[in-house]
Design a protein around this ligand. Structure first.
Ligand code: NAP
Length: 245
């Protein structure tokens, strides 16, 4: 049977790294994108290769269309085809809206939203040609309900949901699915700026009484990419422990 392949953006750390592990152990050839964390990306690639997995670590800033174009070309050259694109790369920011300068606002949108635009644009000619493909975007519960002191992040993640739904309608007839995973609070470096007390308060707000793990999110992404997820498109799946119902 042909080996399936996936490109995961922002796979050097956190949710992306766990998703790379999960797909690789499921038998996928994995293109593991990173931007700044080269050492972590290479260490992950090495560890997975030692397990016998096929891994292509590849540096690109998703906000740069030229770098994204070259990345997708390299992936197609190496794997000859691509089944799934996971648009996971993202950055957060916290602070009062009145303190948010325009440069920071633009950078958040450049990575969280434009990054997805560039990746989809680069991959779609291939998906349309093969009349098959899975796109999975990463939003957040803050994109669903808005987070205080996270206006730019929430706005960018709400836009990801809009992009996902509209693109799913457009690409359905070409047998390409587009779905969104919108996690609740997950223990990664992205939440490293939160104090122990703040994390405890978020945990208490969660009906299940626990914060999420990267594995909870990776499993949801893998489901949407798998045969079991074939009838899902334009959907937002939110592993959030009941934080948002
Ligand atoms: P994280 O631990 O901070 O990791 C972020 C990843 O994104 C890193 O691998 C980073 O790569 C990559 N990245 C950042 N800017 C990039 C760029 N310009 N080009 C390419 N890669 C870039 O974050 P995380 O918690 O795993 O979050 C992953 C996704 O889930 C994000 O979209 C985030 O918004 C979303 N999410 C997270 C949570 C949460 O509670 N953690 C909740 C909801 C949604 P380098 O380090 O190599 O630069």
């Amino acid at each position: 049977m042909r080996q399936k392949s996936v490109l995961i953006t922002g796979a050097s750390r956190g949710i992306g790294a766990e998703t790379a592990r999960r797909f690789a152990r499921e038998g996928y050839a994995v293109a593991l994108n990173y931007h700044r964390s080269e050492e972590q990306a290479m260490a992950l690639a090495r560890a997975l290769r030692e397990e016998g997995c096929r891994i292509l670590p590849i540096r690109a800033d998703v906000s740069d269309p030229e770098q994204v174009g070259k990345m997708v070309d390299s992936v197609l050259e190496e794997f000859c085809q691509l089944d799934t694109l996971v648009c996971n790369a993202g950055i957060g920011s916290t602070g009062l809206f009145t303190d948010l300068d325009y440069t920071s606002w633009q950078r958040i949108f450049a990575v969280n939203l434009d990054g997805i635009y560039h990746c989809c644009q680069a991959v779609l000619p291939h998906f349309l040609h093969q009349k098959d493909g899975r796109i999975i975007t990463l939003s957040s519960v803050w994109g669903m309900v808005g987070g205080s002191c996270e206006v730019a992040y929430s706005a960018s993640k709400a836009a990801v949901i809009g992009l996902t739904k509209a693109l799913a309608k457009e690409l359905g007839p070409s047998h390409i699915t587009v779905n969104c995973v919108a996690p609740g609070v997950i223990e990664t470096e992205m939440n490293g700026n939160l104090s122990h007390e703040e994390l405890e308060a978020l945990r208490e707000e969660c009906p299940l009484g626990t914060l999420g793990t990267t594995a909870d999110v990776a499993e949801t992404i893998l489901f949407l990419a798998s045969e079991k997820g074939r009838f899902f498109t334009g959907q937002v799946l939110s592993p959030n422990g009941g934080f948002v119902i």
